[in-house]
Design a protein. Structure first.
Length: 384
């Protein structure tokens, strides 16, 4: 079948296997060109199929020479329905890694579940003995708790509603958006889904099974962003979950000090991901950010960020005063943020292309699903 993109809202309901393979290959080629440094050799990545999680898996494989186990929850193809992009990404990565002589095993299922944790731990003990690093990059919108209750995260504010600008991704029009206030129950559920509880449970299960090396490293990812996005992100319902994630990193260091566990939060840059595309205000901010950072020559995508994280920031243990790794350091430079502040109030639907990199935004969006690579034949008949 000929596979074309079908966009609904902030997601694409189709994915192209050859395009996803091309995206993975380009990330691998970037890391190969940079060479390797000394680092952990047995790495578990939880949430390993797209975005920062996939880039992490590629970066440690080709930046450290590490073997990896990846956990993700993706859909296989069914009839004329394509598989999800993450499914194709994972298959492509495994093929490339194994061809290059690396161990790469992937588990597809609910990373929150006790059963998945058991399967992964059993495999680590059988194949590796112990894991040296655990990267926690889960970006699920909902979670099934141990008692069977399903809870969902929300993209809402705390204390007061937000009225601000956003961009309609269908029309590229600037519109006003009102983001409502989350209830206490919604905040609690968002923390359960996106906070650190499951991260801590993974570490506990690994440690209890003797499947975690002494001096192991674990990381989880966060975002803080500029003042303009704080009401919806840093101070919103997601922000409450990220605060819990940070507190979890401190607790992990303390509770597993006997293992010498190093637990970090990496605060990353705003990028086009399946998660960020759904957050009001953020897509407009990202499109402005892209244009400015590209003009200044310091724009990074997922793989550039993760390569810099693992081969530079983490190796040097370059931490801020709160003990976090800051990959958003270039984004939050005054030279970048002052320009965004200067244009935020004046950007309109009519002048949006003067200030924003809409083409770059959409290119990254379509690349997430394997589309718009110039060297892929999208008219070819493909087996999904």
């Amino acid at each position: 079948m000929v596979i074309q993109p079908k966009v609904k809202g902030f997601i694409c309901t189709t994915a192209h296997p050859a395009g996803c393979e091309e995206g993975v290959k380009r990330q691998i080629d970037y890391c190969k060109a940079k060479g390797t440094v000394e680092g952990p050799k047995k790495v578990l990545v939880i949430g390993a199929s797209t975005g920062y999680g996939l880039a992490s898996r590629i970066a440690v494989t080709y930046g450290y020479g590490a073997d990896t186990i990846g956990v993700s929850f993706e859909k296989e193809a069914s009839g004329k329905r394509t598989a999800s992009a993450g499914w194709y990404n994972t298959k492509a990565f495994e093929a490339f890694a194994k061809k290059d002589g690396y161990y790469a095993k992937s588990f597809n299922g609910d990373g929150f579940s006790a059963e998945m944790k058991r399967q992964v731990v059993d495999t680590i003990k059988k194949d590796w003995g112990k894991a040296d690093m655990v990267v926690y990059s889960m970006a699920a919108p909902r979670r099934t708790l141990a008692d069977g209750t399903m809870v969902s995260s929300v993209l809402k504010t705390v204390d007061r509603e937000l009225i601000n600008k956003t961009i309609d991704l269908k029309t590229n029009e600037i519109k006003e958006v009102t983001v409502p206030v989350a209830t206490e129950e919604e905040i609690k559920n968002t923390v359960l889904v996106m906070g650190g509880e499951d991260w801590e449970e993974w570490i506990r299960v690994l440690a209890d099974a003797g499947a975690l090396s002494d001096g192991a490293v674990t990381l989880a990812y966060s975002y803080i962003g500029p003042v303009v996005t704080h009401p919806i992100y840093k101070d919103g319902s997601i922000g409450q979950a990220k605060k819990h994630l940070y507190d979890t990193s401190l607790r992990l260091r303390e509770n597993f000090s006997d293992l010498g566990l190093k637990a970090y939060i990496s605060v990353n840059k705003a990028l086009v991901t399946q998660s960020s595309a759904a957050i009001p205000v953020v897509p407009l901010y990202i499109s402005l950010l892209y244009k400015i950072m590209k003009e200044q020559g310091n724009h990074e995508g997922c793989i550039e960020q993760m390569h810099r994280l693992f081969t530079n920031k983490l190796v040097k243990e370059e931490l801020d005063e709160a003990g976090m790794l800051r990959l958003d350091d270039w984004e939050l430079q005054d030279s970048v943020q002052n320009k965004i502040t200067a244009v935020w109030d004046t950007v309109t639907s009519e002048n949006i292309r003067d200030y924003a990199d809409l083409d770059g935004y959409w290119e990254d969006f379509y690349h997430m699903f394997g589309f718009r690579y110039e060297n892929v034949d999208y008219e070819a008949d493909v087996e999904p």
